[in-house]
Write a protein that binds this ligand. Sequence first.
Ligand code: NDP
Length: 404
Amino acid sequence: MIGVAVLGSTGSVGENTLDVLARNPDRFRLVALGAHRNAAKLAKQILRWRPAYAVLADANAAGELQGLLGASAPETRLLVGSDALVEIASLPEVDAVMAAIVGAAGLRSTLAAARAGKRLLLANKESLVMAGPLLLEAVRASGATLLPIDSEHNAIFQCLPPDSRPGQAPPGVRRVLLTASGGPFRDWTVEALQTVTPEAACAHPNWVMGRKISVDSATLMNKGLELIEACFLFGIPPAQVEILVHPQSIVHSLVEYSDGSVLAQLGSPDMRTPIAHALGWPDRIASGVEFLDLIRQGRLDFQAPDPVRFRCLALAQAAARTGGLHPVALNAANEVAVQAFLDRRLNFPEISAVIEAVLTTTAGGAIGALEDVLATDAEARRLAHEYLAGQRAPRAQAARGAHA
Ligand code: NDP
C-alpha cells in the first residue's frame, strides 16, 4: 500500500486525485489531507477518508473544522498552519505527495516533499517556476521521484525515453511542442478583450479548473508558466519549446526527435489521466476517464499563438529567456494581478500591464538560495500592489472629473 498525502485536497486537482484513489483502494492508503480554509469540504473529506492527519493553513477555518467534526473523526489528528503542511509532506508513512496547492503558497510544502525523498506528484507549477534549480537539486540530493501532473508535461514525460532524469536534456530530442487550448477568448479582438468578466474567464471551454489557473489559461500566462516549467523539468532552453494552440485539447503535447519522429500523448481532457499516470507509474491504473473516440472527435486543429493580443505569453517567454529571478517576479506579479482581476479591481488586459510594470523594475540576478526567491517574490508583490494603488488613484480622479 502506497501512503499518499494530498495537499490542496479541496481544489480541483485535489478532488480529482481523491477520485482516482477511490478507484484503486487496493494500492493506496490516504494518510493526510491539506487545504487552506475550506473547512466544510475538508470535513466531508475527513469523514469519507478517515486520514491520520488533516491540515488547514488558516487558523480561523481550523477552528470551524474542529466545530464541524466534533468527536466524529477521532482517528484524524487536526493540525493548523502552513508549517503543518510542510510536516505532512515529510511524514515517514507518506510515500507519495500530491502537490496541488495553488500558487506560491505551495512552494514550501513542495520543497519539503522533494527534500524528504518522496514520490512528488507536481501540479503546483508555480513552485518550479519560482525555484526550479532548488527543487531539482532537492530531488537529486534526496533521490525523490518527480512526476509532472500538468497534462502537457505529463504528456511530454510519457513521450520521453523511460530513463530520462528531471532537469537533464534527453538525448535526441530536437523540440518539445507544448499544446495550449487558447482559452475561452482565443479568437477575441483586442477591443472585445476589454470586456472580459471574471465569470467568463473562469468558464474554460475544455477543462474544469480552479479560478486562478482558469484566468491564467485565458490570458495564456498558464502557457508561459508551463514553458518555464518545461525548461526546468526537461533541461531544455526556451528556444527548444514551441507553443501550439490546439483548441480541442486532445493532443496534450508532443516531442520531436532528431530523426524526424514526433511522439504525442492523446486523451480526453480530464486531469484524472495524468493523475492516475503519476500515481500508478510505472504501472497503469484505472482513472475513470472517458476513453477517446477519434472518429467522433473528427478533427484536430493547430495554430500559432498570438503574443500580441495575449501579452502575458510574450512576458513569460521573455522571463524564461532571461531566467534567474525574473520568473519569480513574473509569477508573483501575475498572482497579484489575477486576484485583482477576480476582485473586479482590474480589467482583463490590465493583468499584463501590472506584470510588465513589475518586470521592468525587477533587478533580476541568479537564484542562489531560497531566501533570494522569497525576497524577489515579496518585492514583486509589493511593486504590483503599488502599481495597482497608482492605477486606482488616477482613475478615481478621472471619474470624479468626468462627473463634475
Ligand atoms: P483550486 O483553486 O481548485 O484549489 C487550490 C487548492 O489549494 C485548494 O485546496 C486550496 O484550499 C489550496 N490552497 C490555496 N491557498 C492555500 C494556502 N495558502 N495554503 C494551503 N492551501 C492553499 O486550484 P487547482 O486545483 O485548479 O490548481 C492547483 C494547482 O494545480 C495549481 O498550481 C495549478 O496551476 C495546477 N494545475 C491545475 C490543473 C487543473 O486542472 N485544475 C491542471 C494543471 C495544473 P481551500 O480550498 O481551502 O482554499
